[in-house]
Design a protein around this ligand. Structure first.
Ligand code: FAD
Length: 510
């Protein structure tokens, strides 16, 4: 018998679980399948930037994520050095206080690892009604004009079942089988480096600063490696590069050799580290040529893989999920035309490009001075990628003239369409769940128009709001369910009802 579902999500990593949560909370019937037996055991993407925390706040999970961010409270330090007690070559981030983003958001960033965030996403996705099946693999996918037929196989019993979905979200990681099946190519660079991931337990004393994320890029004469603490006390990740071109493979790194390397890296010759997990991966920078094929959408690493330098891979997976989720929900509810779904790629692919290019520049600065990044342009402002990014698509009515910038200064957000609605105490909890019209001071003229259009309308009194959102009294800003400004009327308009209807029809592709 064929099972019916509105959206099938393939993969329960950060991207897939975020998509499941956001879709389920938007009332979509969602089934998620994951070939592994459970969520990630490796802390990999340690760090939730402010945008991710905003999305998590609206999903009701930010407090739980902060509670498992043991290291978050006191900040972040990033150091390039020869070893933990060796020569400091470059202090990239002193303590995190250099990130004053208070003009753009009131929320803190998180520092939790993927291993502790994924269970939170999973629990809340299930609570919201998502079905998540582990040890279940997608083995076949047949899209057609009306939906997608997928064959799933249970990895223990071998039993195969067929699911019919209206749409598929492929969050199946960097080696996305769905992407390959659909014939979507990728462009970029492979094998920028090859890394081992070694999770170990040891008491490193004051070599590493407690209470902060203390990330080291080690350029030792014998090796290059990353080393970072985790949310678990006395647990660290050591990530040395290895070189296949010199005939090396992960198998060469015996436990004895790893212990010796950890002793060298930490300058603790008598250390007895206990190795609890090892893995390996290839650092690559690859962007999918398309993010969509008919009813199938690529999310997270399936859409792009980026070097980890900058900590943006996992965060953009969450951002992708938020973008596609509200759009699928709107189309499935019949509130939007199917062309709204074209805006997913239009909005998220340029962000992925910027993330990859900026991470490559970071990689050259922190780990691989010889990396050739000529012709690759990083973001004008690295904080801008996180909070000042800009969407250009038909789901936004841009204001003319467009200055052409990809990001705006997070210290002076403008509230222009296509950018994040600046996060203020007064607006935070009005946003992020549905369409909302925020009116400067006086909402009287807009309230009936919003009611007729079926959207929430609020008057916000404070002067900071009006200036950050670029509104005069009686003006209004229309904010999408993902907290992006779709349109604004800086001044009062003559016929708010007609104006709002025209705008919503346009941005929802109706
Ligand atoms: C060492 C390291 C450090 C990193 N540090 C950071 C960081 O600090 N910040 C950051 O933002 N990002 C970081 N990243 C990147 C981050 O881990 C990834 O970007 C993130 O995991 C992407 O999530 P995803 O859901 O797209 O893919 P994944 O987490 O890879 O999940 C894909 C899932 O799909 C499943 N799957 C695949 N095929 C199938 C199938 N056919 N059927 C069912 N299931 C399937 C897989 O088993 C997997 O669980 C780091 C990555 C690494 C390796």
């Amino acid at each position: 018998m064929t099972e019916r579902v509105q959206v099938l999500v393939v993969g329960a990593g950060l991207g897939g679980l975020s998509a499941s949560l956001f879709l389920a909370q938007a009332g979509v019937d969602v089934l998620t399948v994951e070939r592994h037996a459970g969520t990630s055991v490796h802390s990999r993407a340690a760090g939730q930037n402010w945008r991710t925390m905003e999305l998590f706040h609206w999903a009701g999970i930010d407090r739980e994520v902060l509670a498992v961010s043991q290291r978050a409270s006191q900040g972040l330090r990033i150091t390039v050095a020869t070893s933990l007690a060796g020569r400091v070559l470059h202090r990239i981030i002193e303590d995190g206080s250099e990130f004053d983003v208070s003009a753009s958001t009131t929320l803190p960033a998180g520092m939790a690892g993927q291993d502790v965030v994924e269970p939170i996403l999973l629990a809340h996705a299930e609570k919201a009604g998502a079905r998540v099946r582990f040890r279940t693999e997608l083995v076949e996918l047949a899209p057609d004009g009306d939906g997608v037929t997928a064959t799933l196989r249970h990895r223990d019993s071998g039993e195969e079942t067929v699911v019919r979905a209206d749409y598929v979200v492929a969050a199946d990681g960097g080696r996305s089988g769905v992407r390959a099946r659909l014939g979507i190519g990728t462009t970029g660079m492979d094998a920028l480096s090859h890394c081992l991931g070694v999770v170990f337990d040891a008491d490193l004393g004051d070599r590493v600063q407690a209470g902060v994320t203390d990330l080291f890029y080690l350029q030792h004469p014998e090796f290059t490696a990353g080393l970072v603490n985790t949310d678990t006390p006395d647990r660290y990740v050591f990530a040395p590069d290895y070189f296949p071109e010199k005939g090396e493979s992960p198998a060469d790194f015996t436990p004895e050799r790893l212990v010796a390397m950890i002793r060298t890296a930490t300058d603790l010759p008598d250390l007895e580290p206990e190795i609890v997990w090892t893995g390996s991966w290839e650092v690559a920078a690859r962007l999918a040529d398309r993010f969509r094929d008919g009813r199938v959408f690529l999310v997270g690493d399936a859409a792009k893989v980026t070097p980890p330098t900058g900590g943006m891979g996992g965060n953009t997976a969450v951002g992708d999920a938020a973008d596609i989720a509200w759009k699928l929900a709107a189309v499935l509810r019949g509130e939007a035309g199917p062309a709204l779904l074209d805006t997913y790629e239009a909005e998220r692919r340029p962000i992925a490009r910027m993330v990859i290019d900026t991470s490559l520049h970071n990689m050259k600065q922190r780990m691989h001075p010889g990396l050739d990044v000529s012709g690759i342009t990083p973001a004008e402002d690295p904080l801008g990628i996180l909070l000042g990014f800009r969407y250009r698509s038909t789901a936004v009515l841009s204001e003319e003239p467009d200055d052409g910038a990809r990001v705006e200064d997070v210290h002076a957000p403008t509230g222009r369409p296509g950018f994040r609605a600046p996060g203020l105490e007064s607006t935070l909890d009005l946003l992020g769940r549905s369409w909302v019209l925020l009116c400067a001071g006086d909402a009287a003229a807009w309230t009936p128009a919003a009611a007729a259009a079926g959207i929430d309308c609020h008057a916000v009194e404070d002067a900071v709001f009006a200036s950050r959102y670029g509104l005069s009294r009686g003006g209004a800003s229309l904010v999408r369910p993902d907290g992006i400004v779709a349109w604004r009327a800086p001044e009062p308009v003559e016929d708010p009802g007609a104006e709002l209807q025209r705008v919503l029809d346009a941005v929802l592709s109706r």
